[in-house]
Design a protein around this ligand. Structure first.
Ligand code: GLC
Length: 565
């Protein structure tokens, strides 16, 4: 074979192999599971992940430089919180152009490069689509507010006041104060569920719908694997603006509590989700929802009656359990596991205090962080991790009002201190600013970065990071964890959370001691078709083991084992 023919042949082979591997990750398996049902997702807050140009704020080139880390960790897809042009009033959740990248984070070319590098490392990109509102600096809104007859007037929700100086109704913004702002140019009020700089889009206007659907197509063509849809609950509100019922007391912003009966979870949202899903299906993409539901029936609705809406509505009721309580966790898992869709587990994100603080008891936080990782990464469903959770990163809350960056902390201080604490820079090593940036970062790192960072924990086989890596590696290779059903075990046990994941005669047993004292648990697996004395350790904390069908667990110990027939 001549050199040239050989070269062409090799190129063709490499090309077809890359196609095969891409197609494989996107294919449906024998169980009918889609790629996103096998994937582990990881949320990146782009301001805080990696800073390539040392200006104190993270960027896309920074994220790109960490693809190998993400892949080694066991992450399949990253969800990047909004990185689009934005005045950054709500740190990107106020988008002024849906089809570009904020210069602070880089360029569209940097984005394309990130997608390409991600592909090389088998890491897909999920973008955050802020569907409920834009920035008040978006060209659409600037035109909308310019006159009552402007082309974009009806792209937002404008109404006359009830009487001079009085907003159209009593709805309050979740970020404080009335949800209406008077605009002097036309002397009408516009509606904003969130900050005044985040006017709500009018999804009853079909032109808005078309523009937003087109935006998703535009990004799919650029190679994104899906979207996390921001604030879907509040897409629609009562067109006749009925006042919300007032409830006793005031909220953290000092406003009277109200039941959000007329501006939350309107049925029309499901039509929109079906349309977004149709477009997503053309690209085999996934839709993840920020779905704050109060009960399982509400969550079920987000899958759609024919599973034709969100593939992955997040189960925040799981985070609301908020304590190491096997009985309550079992109840919530059973509910979502039986809901008819695919469970989606999260334990923290950029709006919630980090799991390290929420579950930690102040004494055994590292052990508890490992336990939590071993827990939600072995359930049936797709987990969404939050950057730094794999290190046991903790909240670093502001101590003084003048240090607060988050608008809700500024308006609500001191009852509401805001969300800065859970958004601090990723802790890479022991160097200055945890190796995130040589310049002082936009938020300070906590002192614990000296011990809780990637470099230090990578060298310690007993670190939180090592536990995450072991469990994630197992999750990607073990058929029972990938495909298997979930069965709760020993349901009367108030201390040890245990369950079986089984698939085609193979099973994995997970036993987690959620208490501060040593525990023993005995398992009767015979009625599940397994012989009792055949537990083979897969991942365990040092003092946790099995003898026959009895498992001994150290305080907050983890024991994951293969069960033989
Ligand atoms: C979502 C985001 C939150 C943001 C809000 C307004 O809840 O997660 O960070 O402030 O929407 O866009």
């Amino acid at each position: 074979m001549s050199k040239r023919v050989f070269l062409i042949f090799s190129l063709l082979l490499a090309f077809s192999c890359s196609l095969v591997s891409f197609a494989q990750t996107k294919a449906v398996d024998a169980e009918g599971h889609q790629w996103w049902q096998h994937a582990v997702f990881y949320e990146i807050y782009p301001r805080s992940f990696a800073d390539s140009n040392n200006d104190g704020v993270g960027d896309l080139k920074g994220i790109t430089s960490k693809m190998a880390y993400l892949h080694d960790l066991g992450v399949d897809d990253i969800w990047i919180s909004p990185c689009f042009p934005s005045p950054q009033v709500d740190f990107g959740y106020d988008v002024s152009d849906y089809e570009n990248i904020d210069p602070m984070y880089g360029t569209l070319a940097d984005f394309d490069h990130m997608v390409a590098e991600g592909k090389k490392h088998h890491v897909g990109i999920i973008l955050d689509f802020v569907v409920n509102h834009s920035s008040d600096q978006h060209a659409w809104f600037l035109d909308s507010k310019s006159s009552k007859t402007a082309a974009h007037r009806d792209w937002y929700i404008w109404r006359d006041g009830k009487a001079p100086g009085q907003p159209p109704n009593n709805w309050t913004s979740i970020f404080g104060g009335s949800a209406w702002k008077l605009d002097p140019t036309t002397n009408q009020y516009y509606y904003h569920f969130f900050y005044a700089a985040q006017p709500d889009l009018n999804w009853r206007n079909p032109v808005v719908e078309t523009a937003m659907l087109d935006t998703t197509r535009w990004w799919y063509k650029r190679g994104v694997a899906g979207f996390r849809l921001d604030a879907v609950d509040t897409l629609f509100e009562d067109p006749i603006l009925t006042d919300n019922p007032i409830e006793p007391g005031t909220n953290k912003q000092g406003d009277p509590n109200q039941e959000r009966k007329y501006n939350d979870k309107f049925p029309e949202v499901h039509d929109v989700l079906q349309k977004l899903r149709k477009v997503a299906d053309e690209s085999n993409a996934v839709l993840i929802g920020e779905t704050w539901t109060d009960n399982i029936d509400e969550l079920k609705q987000y899958y759609g009656q024919h599973n034709n809406e969100l593939q992955m509505p997040m189960d925040f009721m799981f985070t609301a359990v908020n304590k190491l309580s096997p009985p309550e966790l079992r109840k919530q898992i059973a509910a979502v596991d039986g809901a008819g869709g695919w469970p989606v587990y999260v334990i923290s994100n950029h709006d919630i205090v980090r799991s390290y603080n929420r579950y930690g008891d102040g004494k055994n936080n590292d052990a508890i962080a490992k336990l939590m990782g071993a827990f939600y990464l072995t359930l049936r469903g797709s987990p969404i991790m939050y950057y730094g959770e794999e290190l046991g990163m903790e909240n670093n809350d502001p101590k003084r009002k003048e240090d607060v960056k988050d608008p809700i902390g500024q308006t609500g201080w001191p009852q509401e201190i805001g969300r800065d604490g859970e958004r601090t820079p990723m802790q890479w090593n022991t160097e200055v600013n945890a190796g995130f940036s040589t310049k002082d970062p936009w938020l300070p790192v906590p002192p614990s970065y000296k011990t809780h960072n990637v470099a230090t924990e990578s060298k310690d086989s007993n670190s939180v990071l090592s536990m995450y890596k072991k469990v994630l590696a197992l999750r990607h290779t073990n058929q029972a964890l990938l495909e298997g059903s979930y069965t709760a075990l020993n349901e009367d046990d108030a201390n040890v959370m245990s369950y079986l994941r089984s698939y085609k005669g193979k099973a994995v047993l997970v036993a987690l001691n959620m208490s501060a004292s040593p525990q023993k648990a005995t398992f009767n697996l015979a009625d599940k078709g397994f012989s009792p004395a055949s537990l083979k350790t897969l991942v365990a904390t040092p003092q946790s083991s099995a003898k026959g069908s009895e498992v001994t667990l150290e305080p907050f110990g983890v024991f994951i084992a293969e069960v033989a027939k």
